[in-house]
Every structure is written in structure tokens, then in C-alpha cells.
Design a binder for this molecule. Structure first.
Ligand code: TXA
Ligand code: MG
Length: 316
């Protein structure tokens, strides 16, 4: 069983020794290892049961240290880093040779991010290497937003979980890269498209739907609870499934017919809904229900990232 604690020095000690540590970030908890040590990184893939073709994000405590990992940090990247780091934005840039191939799944670019969580930042500043960290969940399952979520699923695979409380943003980072002068979005996430566009100008969306991603934007069936999830109009789904035990995941309303029923944000805040999303999916997945029904949120701001996660969770 993993120890859950708030000792940043102890986390650093494990990481220097090549072990895995779960770390809090503002988006979701990450499963971290020394990102310049191929053997330590291999441990991440093993613990998560993650296919080696799915590359990892390297976390740094500053733009300056992120720059050391890439051949070039173009002005368009610098503008975004300036605006959103520390924060839920990941940049894909051409990697230097010191970044092991296992981190990038042999792709030419590396994913970089400066997380906006005080524990993660102090930990990173104690280390002389970046941290490779995917979300700290078994491959394909819902991402963790508390230390307890991590413990429930990966507790046996890691010695230490650094507890940073509930993740403030609750969905993963937005992933952005640059192709022939265009800013390309590969994954919707904690920075909304509107915000991104206000800094980067027009965006191209390249949201990968394939299950064998050559440049893995994302895998279609992902973030998935074990119970089936149906998306649509909740009253109709409840009616159509009257004979079954149904749990409900709604935006604002609590449905009395659903057992249990969760409203992601009764006051209609997309930020609050994002922060509650993964914990809600876990709770409903652990309920007595046979299936979960849910609805899409408004397709704006964080609503797009939430809908993306819901659709992937519903895809089978
Ligand atoms: O918010 C987040 O991004 C969280 C926290 C822990 O930082 N991390 C996270 O990591 O969501 P993960 O591994 O679950 O998702 C990272 C995704 C990969 O699945 C892949 O789609 C993309 O980032 N990615 C990483 N490196 C890439 C690369 N070199 N080229 C293309 N895509 C890459
Ligand atoms: Mg993940």
C-alpha cells in the first residue's frame, strides 16, 4: 500500500532513487518518475498498464527549464507559455536528444507543461530533472482528482502519494503544437479554446479519434467507467431504461428517479462542473446502478473538454 502524505522531501527522495510517486497538479493527479531516466519511465508504463505508443508529458517548474529540453522554443510557444504557465496547457515542441525515446514514443516532439500546483512546483524545484507524468489511473479509466482516487487503483504499485487536496481544474491540460505556422489543438482541456485563441489567434483542431494514434492526440474510448454510460436527454434515457437501476450524471439538475443522481454544478458553472466531473463518474461507477445516463454540457469554455471526456467515456 502506498503512503499518502504531504512530505515533499520524501517524494523527492523516492524520485531521485528512480521510484514512482503520484503527484498533485491543478488538472488531475500524475504518476511521476524521473523524465530523463528511461528505466524509471518504463515503470510508469508498467504500473498503468499503458501501451508504449502513448507518449508522456514532461513537467518542469519554469519556462527556462522547459527550454532546456527542446531544440527550439518559437515565439508562438513563448507567447502561450507566458499567458498560461503555470497552468493547464501542454506544448508539443521538437525534443532534444537528452529526452529519452520512451517518453515521446519515438516521436520527434516532446510534450511539456509547467503545472499550477504549489506542491508540484516545490517538488520540481528540488529536483534536477523534469518529471514524466501521465494521469495516475490505470490506462483507459477515469483520471484521479484526489489522493484517495490514486490509492484505490494504483496504491499497490507506488510507494508514495503526495497529497495536494482536490484538483482545482479537474480535466487534463489542453495540448497544443505548431505545424507550418499554424497553432494546432490536439486535446481539449483546462484552457478553453476561446482563451487560447485570444493569445494564439486562429486555431486548427486536430482531435484524434483513432484507436491507433500515429501522433496520439487521444484514444477514442478513454476516461471510461466500468458501467455503460449513455449520453442524451436524461428524461428520455430514464424512460427508456425504466426497468433498470440507473444512475444519473446531470449538469444542473438532480433527477429524483435516478439512484444515485449527481448534479455537476447546480449553479451552472462550467468550471465547477469540470472540477467535479471525474469524482462524480467514479462515484456513480461504484454505485449499485447497472448503467449511468448523462447529458452533454454547453459546448463552450470548459464545456467542450467536459463533453469530450463524456463522449470518450461513453464510447465502447
Ligand atoms: O493535465 C495533464 O495533462 C495531466 C497532468 C498529470 O499533467 N497529464 C495527462 O497525461 O493527462 P496523459 O498521459 O494522461 O495524457 C497525455 C497525452 C497523451 O495521451 C498523448 O495523447 C499526448 O499527451 N502526448 C504526449 N506526448 C506527446 C507527443 N510527443 N506527441 C503527441 N502527443 C503527445
Ligand atoms: Mg490520461
Amino acid at each position: 500500500m502506498a503512503l499518502i502524505g504531504v512530505d515533499i522531501g520524501e517524494a523527492a527522495c523516492h524520485l531521485r532513487g528512480g521510484s514512482l510517486v503520484a503527484i498533485p497538479t491543478e488538472t488531475v493527479y500524475g504518476l511521476a518518475a524521473n523524465g530523463l531516466d528511461g528505466r524509471a519511465v518504463a515503470g510508469i508504463f508498467a504500473a498503468k498498464n499503458r501501451p508504449r505508443f502513448d507518449p508522456l508529458i514532461l513537467h518542469c517548474d519554469s519556462v527556462a527549464r522547459a527550454r532546456e529540453l527542446v531544440e527550439d522554443f518559437p515565439p508562438a510557444a513563448a507567447a502561450l507559455a507566458d499567458a498560461f504557465w503555470p497552468g493547464p496547457l501542454t506544448l508539443l515542441l521538437e525534443k532534444k536528444a537528452l529526452v529519452p525515446e520512451i517518453v515521446t514514443a519515438a516521436l520527434p516532439r516532446v510534450a511539456l507543461r509547467v503545472p499550477a500546483h504549489p506542491h508540484a512546483l516545490s517538488l520540481l524545484s528540488m529536483l534536477d530533472f523534469p518529471l514524466a507524468a501521465p494521469s495516475a489511473n490505470p490506462f483507459g479509466y477515469v483520471s484521479p482528482t484526489t489522493a484517495q482516487h490514486v490509492e484505490e487503483q494504483l496504491g499497490d504499485a507506488i510507494p508514495y502519494i503526495l497529497d495536494g487536496g482536490r484538483c482545482r481544474v479537474g480535466v487534463e491540460s489542453t495540448i497544443v503544437g505548431f505545424e507550418q505556422g499554424e497553432t494546432v489543438v490536439y486535446r481539449l482541456g483546462g484552457v478553453g479554446l476561446e482563451e487560447l485563441e485570444s493569445v494564439a489567434g486562429p486555431l486548427r483542431l486536430h482531435l484524434n479519434q483513432s484507436s491507433n494514434p500515429a501522433a496520439p492526440g487521444m484514444i477514442r474510448s478513454h476516461y471510461a467507467p466500468r458501467k455503460p454510460l449513455l449520453l442524451g436527454e436524461i428524461p428520455r434515457l430514464l424512460e427508456a431504461n425504466r426497468t433498470r437501476r440507473v444512475a444519473v450524471l446531470a449538469f444542473r439538475e438532480r433527477y429524483r428517479q435516478g439512484q444515485p443522481s449527481i448534479a455537476l454544478s447546480p449553479r451552472g458553472s462550467l468550471e465547477e462542473a469540470a472540477a467535479n466531473l471525474f469524482a462524480a463518474l467514479r462515484e456513480l461507477d461504484q454505485s449499485q446502478a447497472d448503467l449511468i445516463v448523462g447529458e452533454a454540457l454547453p459546448e463552450e469554455g470548459l464545456g467542450r473538454a467536459i463533453n469530450d471526456r463524456l463522449r470518450r467515456a461513453a464510447a465502447r
